[in-house]
Write a protein that binds this ligand. Structure first.
Ligand SMILES: [Zn+2]
Ligand SMILES: [Zn+2]
Length: 153
């Protein structure tokens, strides 16, 4: 990802967990997948990719729930805000991303695509022309899930 980054700060609803990082300016997306729906309780999650090595917690620490073999979701142990999806993949550390709603300035990060549209809710109407992808359309993501599926056999 050769995109420009900008420094961001953010934190959870109660303020116990605060962070800073460098986030990619043009790498924000909606995710409609069932895991994001369940994790957030919302029809869609919006997140932005960051340079993982720049992430620093300036107050508190999230608790992590490992939601797949290649990722874990960090949330405030006090208020439950969904803060981060952290890559557990040695091959793809760059998949780490922050929930845009927890940024101090979410308005700077404009979604550029819809992911996981196979689970988009039929009543959730989006009036935009952004690219729409199914989870299986991203070869790297599909490959990561293929490894997970093999492990279940
Ligand atoms: Zn909190
Ligand atoms: Zn998702």
């Amino acid at each position: 990802m050769g995109d420009k980054t900008m420094p961001v700060t953010g934190g959870c609803l109660c303020g116990a967990v605060r962070y800073e990082a460098e986030a990619f300016l043009h790498n924000t997306s909606y995710c409609h997948c069932r895991m994001c729906q369940r994790a957030s309780g919302a029809p869609v999650q919006v997140s932005v990719f960051i340079r993982p090595e720049t992430l620093r917690f300036t107050s508190g620490e999230p608790k992590y729930y490992q939601s797949s073999s290649f990722g874990e979701r960090g949330f405030c142990p006090n208020c439950g805000s969904q803060l981060i999806w952290r890559s557990r993949s040695a091959e793809h550390p760059e998949w780490t991303n922050l929930g845009v709603g927890c940024l101090d300035h979410p308005e700077h990060f404009v979604p550029a695509s819809h992911e996981g549209v196979e689970s988009q809710l039929p009543w959730f109407n989006i009036d935009d022309d952004l690219p729409r992808r199914r989870t299986e359309d991203d070869p790297e993501v599909a490959a990561a899930w293929a490894v997970v599926d093999q492990g279940k056999e």
